[in-house]
Ligand binder design. Sequence first.
Ligand code: SF4
Length: 328
Amino acid sequence: MTTPVLRVQDLHVHYRTAAGPVKAVNGVSFDLAPGERLGLVGESGSGKTTMALALMRMLEQPARIEGGRVLLDGVDLLALSEEQMRRIRFDRLSMVPQGAMNSLNPVMRIRDQMIEIFNAHGRHPDKAERRERIGHLLERVGLKRDVADRYPHELSGGMKQRVCIAMAIALRPQVIIADEPTSALDVVVQRQVMETLGAVQKDLNAAVILVGHDMGLMAQFADRIGVMYAGRLVELAPVRQIFSAPQHPYTQMLIASIPSLEEKRLFKGIPGVAPSLLNPPSGCPFHPRCPAAFAPCPTINPALEETDAGRWVACHLHSEAVLHDSRA
Ligand code: SF4
């Protein structure tokens, strides 16, 4: 792998509650190469969005980063002051949020919201240059220049999401985090928005972390996929391998649950419910739902191990040491 632009090392995020800490992100580590598209998937409550917000340092109370490092080009974002981090957001690391509806200011024209980003970073102070840049950004995401003069409520959901993409790329960041960017859109608009995101990503050669649960969308967009379960990364592999030969039983069940157009078969969900992160199951957190669980699973939590070059899995079925012990 080329030198990663982003390294996440042993990240822990807890929600502090009266009943105890809810471990939403529990020791997640991965690298992201420049220009790479990484998809992060998992059921609701698996920790994906919490992790995305933690990388941006945009978590709100009672969530707290309890440990780990997030290195952007070697600089640990978790060690920066709030002011240093503010300068990095949009400039080097930006986010396309979930639900553009709530992230745009309803009482400000799009132009003024974009100007705020430039002003906060001391860019394009010249009015004519700023106007040109905003027009260019809107065109870049497939919108007309006059969208700049409109208020969010005058735009469709897809247009608003494109505006969010335009804002996210306004300062040409190295890393873009897109948190379920198409969740509230119909499938045709979803596709258009994803194409737009893909095109601007290529233009900038930015790395993208796409957070979501739509495996079909991930298959089309991502180079690698990370599967999260109960706040942990349980499999990380190139997209082709994830779909053709998933190794973790949870990933296998996620893939098996995708409806197929070619093959008529019963729709298969994943039995059971996602575990409580307040009192997660002992051992492998997937063991109460896992059809392949065996002796060590209820007591030993499997580590994420490299099984082939570039393939990482957290499952005893793929851990030589544990398999050897259980056979002995
Ligand atoms: Fe299933 Fe055991 Fe692997 Fe967990 S470690 S996924 S319970 S086989």
